[in-house]
Design a binder for this molecule. Structure first.
Ligand code: SAH
Ligand code: SF4
Length: 427
């Protein structure tokens, strides 16, 4: 999400003749685009800002800006404790950036704009993408779900979707620029709604665009994962066979307290449905441990769902209290020690499940998109299967951006290994 926003901010600035440089010490303007989802993300920004303050000490003319969710969330704190920050802009104010910069250059006062909008979707702004394989395309912004642990509805505002036309145009532009994989983005990507069109319709429209070799999306909400979406995925070969399906917690009591709108059984039923309609689909998830009030037996229910579903991989988090959210006020917070212990358990279990799931595809020919050099050897490529698993294999005659057949021969750690299946030479 932040990569997409940063690319858009860069696009907005480039359209006004600003250009980016590689050396931060030589920059006239420095922006940090921030995330506020967990405390850890905020800590990283604080340490970056420490570096910027030293740069400003040496060069008082440099303009420093904090953009995005943390600006929205912590503007008062930044204003009070970081006087060297000149511009604070929330996620719905990027459009004004060039005008605000001019104002800032003329009169030296600090600028703060964190007004959230019901309508801003940045239609008709083309992000500045680096050359590459995958283009992130933001299709909706904000979130109306208000999970009690989550800051997003407060930092990114109400849910709103871009028009089908503007998305289709951006996809076509990305394809013309050489991108072959498109990833649709949104806080709740499948809650997409524009006029009477929902997410399944949009998926279909984009899958039909010539040159879109691979289509992915993230992050969907389990509540909006309809059969219609799954049928569209099953119908189009270029829509990747992968679903991110965020569980958060296994206990229905905790899910209810999180305001997640589904129960344990409903989640399990939907996960089975995904695998029924999309056999061998890569199924990944997000898990939070140590949500306020989570007892050992609640936690065991998370383990139970993990054992029942066996996700292909998972992002696992310790609950991080976010000021302003409902769960921050709960009095039954879990100790750091218990959170850590539970986190280690889910990480260990997930590693086992990833290996089990990966071993199941040993012997398969998988379609792999060649993406980058493997970290292990310059003679090997790393690429992803349709189901979003990394595969390492000898380069032979394959090139970056090729989609090749790889015979999977081994599964180690979280990666697969294999070799290129040679195509028969023409007679
Ligand atoms: N909209 C998506 C998730 C977007 S946020 C959904 O509802 O599933 C990405 C992930 O960050 C969440 O799935 C959740 O697991 C994690 N997360 C969000 N707030 C958090 C918090 N306060 N503490 C720990 N993890 C959190
Ligand atoms: Fe946050 Fe996702 Fe819940 Fe929205 S649906 S509040 S983004 S966790």
């Amino acid at each position: 999400m932040n990569v997409a926003d940063s690319e858009m901010i860069e696009g907005i600035l480039q359209s006004k003749n600003y250009s980016s440089i590689n050396s931060i010490d030589k920059a006239d303007i420095i922006f940090v685009n921030t995330c506020a989802i967990r405390e850890h993300a905020e800590e990283k920004v604080h340490s970056r800002l420490g570096v910027f303050s030293r740069i400003k000490r040496n060069n008082p003319e440099v303009i420093i800006g904090v953009l995005g969710c943390m600006a929205q969330h912590l503007k008062d704190d930044i204003l009070d404790s970081k006087p060297y920050v000149d511009i604070i802009l929330g996620p719905d104010s990027y459009r004004k950036l060039p005008a605000l910069l001019e104002r800032k250059i003329e009169d030296k006062k600090n600028i703060v704009d964190t007004k959230l909008s019901r309508y801003e979707v940045y239609d008709n702004f083309f992000p500045s993408r680096k050359e590459g394989i995958n283009a992130w395309i933001s299709i909706m912004r904000g979130c109306d779900k208000f999970c009690t642990f989550c800051i997003v509805p407060f930092t990114r505002g109400r849910e709103r979707s871009r028009s089908v036309n503007s998305i289709v145009n951006e996809v076509k532009k990305a394809v013309n620029e050489g991108f072959i994989e498109i990833t649709l983005l949104g806080q709740n990507v499948n809650s997409y709604k524009y006029e009477n069109h929902s997410f399944d319709y949009l998926l279909k429209e984009i899958a039909e665009i010539s040159g879109v070799e691979r289509l992915r999306y993230t992050s969907p909400h389990p509540e909006d994962m309809t059969d219609d979406v799954l049928y569209v995925m099953a119908h189009y070969d270029n829509i990747c066979n992968a679903v991110h399906f965020p569980l958060q917690a296994g206990s229905s009591r905790i899910l209810n307290r999180m305001n997640r709108t589904y129960t344990k059984n409903h989640f399990i039923e939907r996960a089975h449905r995904i695998r029924e309609i999309l056999p061998s689909c890569g199924l990944t998830t997000d898990i939070i441990v140590g949500f306020p009030g989570e007892t050992n037996s609640d936690f065991e229910e998370t383990i139970d769902v993990m054992n029942k579903i066996k996700f292909d991989s998972a992002f696992t988090f310790k609950y991080s209290p976010r000021l302003g959210t409902k769960a921050h006020e709960y009095s039954d917070q879990i100790s750091e020690m218990d959170k850590q212990e539970r986190l280690e358990k889910v990480i260990k279990l997930q590693k086992e499940h990833t290996l089990i799931r990966n071993k199941e595809i040993i012997g398969n020919n998988e379609r792999v998109l060649v993406e980058k050099n493997s970290k292990r050897s310059i003679n090997q490529w790393a690429g992803r299967t349709d189901s979003n698993k990394w595969v390492i294999f000898d380069k032979e005659n394959a090139n970056i951006k090729d989609i090749v057949d790889v015979l999977i021969t081994d599964a180690k750690g979280i990666s697969l290994h294999g070799y290129l299946v040679k195509k028969k030479e023409a007679a």
